[in-house]
Write a protein that binds this ligand. Structure first.
Ligand code: CP
Length: 307
């Protein structure tokens, strides 16, 4: 049995196979509509979500399976003090696969130790969000046709933005990828991303505080929201809340084939006028999330059967 706790749990070949499977699902939807007949996915969301939870649920329904779960800790027995370990022991009696989101970093790893079924990390605190990264990889593949030789600008809250941490880890495994990390100093990527991933991997990266000067270099611009819920004080959040707002003026110097991504939800960091620009791919990205999650559910269930 395999779990998905971090993107690096998957080899590059396994990621390639999952992307190929997602592409086949996109092109031959009817072929997959009964693959998960009789199977159940549990979505255990101890933290709010729109895209991740609903795309997991849509993915399982489109594969012919069923879904059970909860969308907030308050409606589960966690509110009575039940531990993550006990919750997972119970739910793994009721479901064939579990996608969980939890505010505590490492909670899905604890869950995996007690689970009888595959656990998918659907976001743990400020740490990782591997299925968002698979979504991002599918989007990059569909837009660029390759993962190599790309200059990727990551902009916004790079400290608390777990999607950024997971994406850097994933894209650092491909050839000649460069990162431009655009954030206020206080919201720079955590040191461990530099010491454990970028520096040992000999990955080129630059840290800057403004996006204008670097815009012409970028193949991908990955915008992120300032993560209000992870700040220790509201004043700290207010200081940074509108640090970056991407608008059409800022895109004047960008490449004509720039891909603009955002894991969503957006707050103010992309003006709505950008939505109609052909380079804006964040809503397609959200749709890709459903297809890659279909591929992931199929893959983890298949690996479980092969035990
Ligand atoms: N991208 C993402 O994780 O969105 P949700 O918080 O709505 O799931």
């Amino acid at each position: 049995m395999r779990h998905l706790l971090d993107t690096t749990d998957l080899s590059l070949q396994e990621i390639d196979e999952m992307i190929s499977l997602a592409m086949d699902i996109i092109n031959n939807k009817a072929k997959y509509s009964h693959i998960c007949d009789g199977k159940k996915l549990a979505t255990l969301f101890f933290e709010p979500s729109t895209r991740t939870r609903l795309s997991f649920e849509a993915a399982m329904y489109e594969l012919g399976g069923n879904v059970l779960g909860f969308s907030e800790a308050a409606s589960s027995s966690a509110s009575k003090g039940e531990s993550v370990s006990d919750t997972i022991r119970m739910v793994s009696c009721y479901a064939d696969i579990i996608a969980m989101r939890h505010p505590l970093e490492g909670a899905p790893r604890v869950a995996a130790q007690k689970s009888g079924v595959p656990i998918i990390n659907a976001g743990d605190g400020g740490h990782a969000h591997p299925t968002q990264t698979l979504t991002d990889l599918l989007t990059i593949y569909r837009e660029k046709g390759t993962f190599d030789n790309l200059t990727i600008g990551l902009c916004g809250d790079l400290k608390f933005g777990r999607t950024v941490h997971s994406l850097i880890k994933a894209m650092s495994r491909y050839k000649n990828v460069k990162f431009v990390l655009i954030s206020p100093k206080e919201l720079a990527v955590p040191d461990y991303i530099k010491t454990d991933v970028l520096i040992p991997g000999n990955i080129k990266f630059a840290e800057v505080e403004k996006m204008d000067a670097v815009m012409p270099q970028l193949d991908i611009l990955y915008m992120t929201r300032i993560q209000r819920e992870r700040f220790f004080s509201e004043d700290e959040y207010l200081k940074h809340k509108d640090a970056f707002i991407l608008d059409l003026k800022k895109l004047e110097n960008a490449k004509s084939d720039l891909t603009i991504m955002h894991p969503l939800p957006r707050v103010n960091e992309i003006a709505t006028e950008v939505d109609d620009d052909p380079r804006a791919k964040y809503f397609v990205q959200a749709l890709n999330g459903k297809y890659i999650r279909m591929a992931l559910i199929m893959t983890l269930l298949k690996w479980g059967e092969n035990e």
